[in-house]
Structures are given as C-alpha cells and as structure tokens.
Design a protein around this ligand. Sequence first.
Ligand SMILES: NC(=O)c1ccc[n+]([C@@H]2O[C@H](COP(=O)([O-])OP(=O)(O)OC[C@H]3O[C@@H](n4cnc5c(N)ncnc54)[C@H](O)[C@@H]3O)[C@@H](O)[C@H]2O)c1
Length: 247
Amino acid sequence: MDKKVVVVGGASGVGAACVRSLADAGATVVSMDVSEELGQETARAAGQSFLRCDITDREQVFAAFEEAAASMGGIDALVHTAGILLQGPAAELDDQSWERVMEINARGPVYTNQAVLPFLKKSERGSITNFASSAALTAYPNGAAYAASKGAVTAWTRSIAVEWAPFDIRANVVHPSAATPMLEAHRDKLSEEGKIAYDELLKQKVPLGGRFGDPDRDIAPVITFLVSDGARFVTGQNIAVNGGYYI
Ligand SMILES: NC(=O)c1ccc[n+]([C@@H]2O[C@H](COP(=O)([O-])OP(=O)(O)OC[C@H]3O[C@@H](n4cnc5c(N)ncnc54)[C@H](O)[C@@H]3O)[C@@H](O)[C@H]2O)c1
C-alpha cells in the first residue's frame, strides 16, 4: 500500500498493532504518542519513525503533523487510537476527571483531525479513522463520562465525514474490543470475584469466542483495510470490530 500514514497512540495496544499492520502492507508510518520510550521501540521494530506528541496540547499536535508531513513528503491518512479509560460512579464524577477524559478522548481527536486536514486535502484520497467504543453505542454503567467522551468522537466523526467529503476525505469511527494494556489494567483492578464475573460476562456477551480480540489479528487488519483504497466508498460509518459484543 503506497500510503503515508500517521498513527496517533502508536506506542501501545491497538495503535501499536496498526503501526505493524500498516507497515507490513507497505505503508510509510509516523507513529505519535505521549509515551516516548515505548513509542520509539514499537516504531523502530516495525521499521517506522516516531514523534512524541501529547494530544492535549494544540500547538504540539500541529507542530508534530507538520514534522510528520515534512519527513514523509505528505500525509494520506490518519489513524487516531489514543485514548484513556475512566471508570467510576456517575454520581461521584468530579470536574477534574470529566475534563481529563474529555480533553484526551474528545478534544484530542479534534486537534489531530484539524491538524491533518490541510495534508489530506492535498492527498488524492485522504482518510481519517477515529476510535470510539461500544460504550458510545450502548449503556456503560460505571463509565458514563468515558461513554460521553466516546459519544462525542462518534458524533464528530460522522459530521466531518460530510463536511470534508468534498475534499475526497473519508472519516470513519471504529468501536473495538481488544486485549490491550488498557483493558488488562482495568481487569487487574478487580477483586478475584470481580475477575470471574468479568470473564463470565465476556463469555456470554461475545458470540465470537467469548473473549476480547487480539489487536494484531482481529483489529489492525480492519484498520489497514479502512486506510486502503479498497474502502474508498466507506465513510461516516460506525465500524464495530468486537466479535459481536453487544449485538
Ligand atoms: N481495548 C479495548 O477493548 C477498547 C475498547 C473500547 C475502546 N477502545 C479505544 O481504543 C483506543 C485504543 O485503546 P487501547 O486498548 O489500544 O489502549 P492503550 O492504553 O493500550 O493505548 C492507548 C495509547 O494512547 C496513548 N495516549 C494516552 N493519552 C495520550 C495523550 N495525551 N497524547 C498522546 N497519546 C496518548 C497511550 O500512551 C497509549 O499508547 C482508545 O481510544 C480506547 O478508548 C479500546
């Protein structure tokens, strides 16, 4: 695949798998993440480059995209996976937690999407793939603020898909379920009984195998397809890559 791609959140989990999958498909990738050491390591192992970037900082984001475009000779696609999980009772949510989850999960994609726009306009067929969550599509008790942040990025993506379509830019949003450090950290915090209940719920709720997906085998190939010209007529879609979770 002859594409120049920026993967935001490329240090870990699904983003790291996307860096590997896109590189295997022949794309040139600049990976960005706030986690520098891991980001460097993951990109280097895939033969790609890395830039440290905190997506909560508008200036840093715009500068990083300028640098990525200069190093690759343009940008054809953005895959934005960076995000955080926040859990806790809705009634106890404080301002600081709300602002943190919104600034990373909702405002972060706004910055990266705006920053990539001038480069995608110059590309023949540009694309944006943002990441939300099943939590944006269904009730997520004990995670209402996270669900709201993912609802925001879902609605944003659908709207820019129409607004930027005249520039031949596609925008889709992916709802993944994958065994990644984010979910491992969440499971680790549960009591032994909680872990048993959690695993049992997965068995009941995920028709395909009763488990979370593997980032490399189950999620990243779909993202690589969305970046490719094979997906040239796919835009504004909610694409759940989750083994049928919540259907
Ligand atoms: N894993 C799942 O099952 C699952 C389910 C639903 C949604 N998601 C979403 O998919 C995306 C990827 O999740 P994952 O499981 O791979 O998570 P992960 O925690 O493994 O990776 C997230 C990456 O985002 C980066 N990041 C966090 N804050 C950042 C910031 N301010 N600036 C730059 N980078 C930052 C982290 O350093 C990390 O490398 C996230 O948006 C997540 O909310 C994941």
